[in-house]
Structure formats: C-alpha cells, structure tokens
Write a protein that binds this ligand. Sequence first.
Ligand code: NAG
Ligand code: NAG
Length: 492
Amino acid sequence: MAPTKTPSTFNALFFFLFFILILFSICHSSLVYSLPQKQEENQQFQVLNVAASIHKTLQVFSKTTPPSPTITAAASAANSSVFSVSLHPRISVVKPHHQNYSALTISRLAYDSARVNSINHKLQLSISQTVHQRLIQPEDLQSPVTSGESQGTFEYLARVGLGRPVKEFFMSIDTGSDVSWLQCQPCDFCYQQSDPIFNPSGSSTFNTLSCSSRECNSLKINGCTDDMCHYYVSYGDGSFTHGDFGTETVTFGRSGSVSNVAVGCGHDNEGLFSGSAGLIGLGVGSLSFPSQIKATSFSYCLVDMDSHSSSTLEFNSTPPSGSIIIPMVYNPKFDIYFYVDLVGISVAGAKLPIQPSVFQVGSDGTGGVMVDSGTIVTRLVPPAYESLRDTFAKHAKNLHPTSGYSLFDTCYDLSSIPDEVEVPTVSFHFSGGKTWLLKSKNCLIPVDSRGKFCFAFAPSDSISIIGSIQQQETRISYDLAKKLIGVSPDKC
Ligand SMILES: *[C@@H]1O[C@H](CO)[C@@H](O)[C@H](O)[C@H]1NC(C)=O
Ligand SMILES: *[C@@H]1O[C@H](CO)[C@@H](O)[C@H](O)[C@H]1NC(C)=O
C-alpha cells in the first residue's frame, strides 16, 4: 500500500508545482505587457522593443520614393468650429538625403543644438532688453550659423490649404514662434520644397497689409515700402525668411476655412526648412496662427518621427478623455513659449531628490520648463539632468553601457538583445499631483542601425525644455482660453 502511494503523492506535488509555475508565468507576462492604466504609475520597468526600433531605422532608407504628397487632410469635424488637418513626419514627405540612420541622427542633433542655443540666446536678449530698454536689432537674433551638414529641421509638417482656388502645402509647425509664412513667387531666393511654390497673384484672396495695420505693428521686425508691410523672421540656426506681410484664406482640409489670416509671403527664404513650403507659428503671441483664427485651443499628436503614419493638428477640439491636465505657466520676461509647472521626476517608481525650485521660472525670467514642438531632445538644467541620468543608469543594470554620441552622454549597446529588454520607467510630476509616465521609446532611442541606443535627454544651461522625442505618440492639447495643457499618451 505505502509504496504505491509515493508516486501519486509525487505526481500530485509535481502537478501542483507545474500549476504554480503556469500561474506565475501568466501573472508575470501580464505584469510586463498589459498592466492596467491605474497601476502604471508605480511601474518600475517597461519593455523596449529593440528589434522593432532597429528595423524602423532601416525602413527609413528602404523606401525608394516617398509617398506622393497628395494626402488629403483627414477631417471629421463633429463641431463646425473644430478644424483639423493632417500632420506628417517630415521623413514621410521628403526622402532624407543622408546615407544611413547614423548620419541622419547627427544632422538632427546638430539642428537641435542650434535651436536650443538660439532659445537660450533669445532668452538672454529679452532679459537684457528689459534691463536696458534696448530695441532688438535683426543682427541680435542671428546666432552662429551651424555647419551646412545640419539639414534636419522641423520634423513635423501639417497639410494646410491656402488661397482661392485652394492649394495645399506641407508646412512645418512650431510652438516656439508666432509668424506664419510660406515661400512666394517671385523668389529672390527659395529653397527646395515638395509642393509647387505659392503664387499670390494666382490667388483671389491674398491681400498685402498696410504699414499702419495692427498686424504690421505687432511684428518684432518690420519694414515699409509704398505702404506695404514687410516682415523678417530668423530662427537662430542661420535660417530666415523675408517678404511681404499679407492676409490669406486658410483652409483646413474639409473641416472649414478662415479668411484674413496674417501670413508672410516670403520672397527671400534661406536655410534648412527641408521640403516644407513654410511654417505655421503656434506660439503665444497675437500674430500666432491660433490667435489669428481666434482658436480657443489647439492640439497635435507627434507620431514616431521615423514612421510613415500620420496624425492631426486640431483647433478648438476638446482634449481626449482621461488626459492629464496641467496648468500653463506664464513667463512675463519671455512670453514666446508655453511653460509648465514641472515639480519632480521619478525613475523606476522612486522620486528623484531634485529641489522643485530648479524647475521654476526665476524672477529674472530665467529657468522654467517649456513644452516645445520644435526641440527634439528634452533638456534639463544640470542638477535635474545629472540626477535623472545617474539614477536611470543605476537601474539599467541589464543594459550594456557604451560610449556617448553627439549630445548624448549615456548610451547602450543593445546589439546582442534579440528582441526586447526592460528599461527603467521615467515619469514627470506636475503641480496638482499629475503624473506623465513616459514610455520606453520616449527615453531610449536608436542612434544608428547597429543597436546603439542613447538616453534621449541632455543638460541645458538655463532653461528646461520638454522636446518632441518625449512627446511622441502623445496628444498635447493647449487650452489657450483656460491656460491649461492636456497630455494624453496613446491618443493620436
Ligand atoms: C462646438 O464648440 C463650441 C465651442 O467649443 C461649443 O460651445 C458648442 O456647444 C459645440 N457644439 C457642438 C454641437 O458640440
Ligand atoms: C554613414 O554615413 C556616413 C557619411 O554619410 C559615413 O561616414 C559612415 O561611415 C556611414 N556609416 C555606416 C555604418 O555605414
């Protein structure tokens, strides 16, 4: 009797252990792959799909021709005052001229450094201007020109209609400037763009603005000949646009149009706008595009900058349900950008020991944290950056460290990872207890096609900037009336 019992007890024990093992693996995989929204805030690690990221870097160069630029704007406006246009990664419109992903990354980062230098330069100027009551001169706004190698510029292009009859154009979007403009015939100088160049004399709705107009007087730099207003805008990386300031009818796909919007008609456009016909200024000032069309809000979702998918730029739509709503902060000394009230950062579920004051706008206008569509890599003031980097590296024990790359000092060799790897979670905390949890791909990005990934943050002298890598695949809504910013991950 007794001897026959032993195998069955053993079997029972074996099946019990087997059952526990199965249960454990189910729980474990659901922990890693499908955590419910609520628990995500305490998530310490996230999966990074290394293989898919590397594949994507190769895809950018595998396409022989970009898709034809005849994409019609997706417009499904439930409310007639909601305007929506399609928004595309530049790479899906203009084929990169670079030989490989590494060269593309280098040029993007060179552009990005130029932009951040220019923001810091403008900030210094506006502070010294308030001190000395000195007017800004055009030459002040030109910081050193970057090397001709830097051909990366604004990474996202909106499809916007202009004039009558309506012609559609791919236009860069920029939350860091106000004046909207496009290249105009006749060209004194025009760079290459993917659409035919706009001809104002072929549009029945284009009108030049007089020198006494409110719009002309709102320009930072203007000029006047024969009562015709001229504008001049430069972007700090050496690029600039100059021409007539006028008004035109703007059409948003099939969702509607607005007449008499102030736009620059640029006859001399030099620099690195790479394929786009011009720019839509989404900044804070009275000349910005949302102010011109009297929008109470706008929102965009930046899809992966290397993908061929698209999303939308919308005006007057409400933020998606479940958005994290955070207050906008105003910097009286530097009223060009949208600032937010960042109070802390977490890595792997633990709050970093950073004084919230390092993120605040100082009484002299320095510091603060802005959200910018045109900056690629998030910049943090040194104490915050160093704490974030060191803590991330400490928790990223399973990643093989390697040498830095361009402006990145923390990189990993993931070439031996067959598919996926876990990386520490990074979250931003805002006033009011709001948390924005970044995905692994918002933190570690491939810089070449050989498996080198870098921690996509960098230090900045005086201002912190939340850049587009961290905003990717998240809808950012700017409620201009209520002065709130909505953050909605996965709501493209
Ligand atoms: C459209 O939007 C406006 C302003 O946001 C709002 O007052 C109005 O109720 C909306 N109409 C519909 C049908 O949703
Ligand atoms: C990428 O291109 C650059 C120049 O365009 C070249 O110097 C470099 O060797 C290339 N790298 C690879 C991995 O092919």
